[in-house]
Design a protein around this ligand. Structure first.
Ligand SMILES: Nc1ncnc2c1ncn2[C@@H]1O[C@H](COP(=O)(O)OP(=O)(O)OP(=O)(O)O)[C@@H](O)[C@H]1O
Length: 238
């Protein structure tokens, strides 16, 4: 069974909890970032993580990814395979890799011909899924913003993640390009039951694509219905 097959087989599985937080608290020194945060994220959820600047969104996902320590409480991660797509940053025009070579960076080096063949198949599948096949030879530095973000997305999918974190990945992209990227993520979410956590300041995208919203306010995290999400929830930090 190839790795994508194993993802697609999850579609029919029962709803399972992928992340559970109980009384999760984070401080940086004397600064309290959030206190007693409780939530559950299930397989196949498309979550928006929203709140003003400095409210704790990035800190929370860094704790999820094991890059930051919690101060107290519990965070149960039932799946360790997490894909991460960063915020768009420009790449030098003379960056030496093309799109396919860039996506391959996340592969483990192997001398085994069997593994290399399997890796080639995997890359082919992922380039297809992310609609990058026609663009695979384009130097990354010459790719458009949307194409670069798709390359990051493809790289994040290499280890067959159960959870995909988009960290303001659509910021600085044109509206149409944002929508294309989100359409692709929504397709992966629906076809393969991939759990998506989307950190965003984008009201329109939150409304259009996400099925649940977690909102940082007053140093805690609340679930709000996506239909109740309002533009003021994205305003500058207090
Ligand atoms: N390593 C760190 N050391 C000290 N303070 C930190 C550190 N990382 C984040 N902070 C602080 O923790 C708070 C939460 O930051 P965080 O980056 O999680 O917010 P955010 O909601 O992601 O903000 P934004 O929307 O602006 O990206 C901020 O006050 C920030 O300055």
């Amino acid at each position: 069974m190839d790795e994508w097959q194993s993802v697609s087989n999850r579609k029919d599985s029962e709803e399972i909890t992928v992340i559970e937080a109980k009384n999760l608290t984070k401080r940086f020194g004397k600064q309290l970032v959030f206190k007693d945060v409780n939530f559950t994220i299930n397989d196949g959820d498309f979550i928006s993580l929203i709140g003003p600047n400095g409210s704790g969104k990035t800190t929370l996902v860094r704790i999820m990814m094991g890059l930051e320590k919690k101060t107290s409480g519990e965070l149960k991660m039932n799946h360790k395979r997490i894909g991460y797509v960063p915020q768009f940053r420009n790449i030098d025009l003379d960056y030496p890799l093309n799109i396919e070579q860039f996506v391959r960076l996340n592969l483990k080096f192997t001398l085994s011909p069997k593994r290399r063949k399997a890796d080639n198949e995997l890359i082919k599948t992922i380039l297809t899924k992310t609609k990058l096949t026609q663009l695979k030879d384009r130097p990354l530095g010459l790719a458009s913003g949307g194409e670069k973000q798709k390359a990051y997305l493809a790289q994040a999918l290499l280890n067959d993640p159960k959870i995909l974190i988009l960290d303001e990945s659509t910021a600085s992209l044109d509206v149409e390009v944002k929508m294309q990227l989100m359409d692709l993520v929504a397709e992966l979410n629906q076809k393969y039951n991939l759990t998506v956590i989307f950190i965003t300041h984008d009201y329109e995208l939150t409304k259009k694509y996400t099925t649940r919203a977690l909102f940082f306010e007053d140093k805690t995290l609340k679930e709000v219905k996506v239909s109740d999400v309002s533009e003021d929830m994205f305003e500058m930090g207090s």
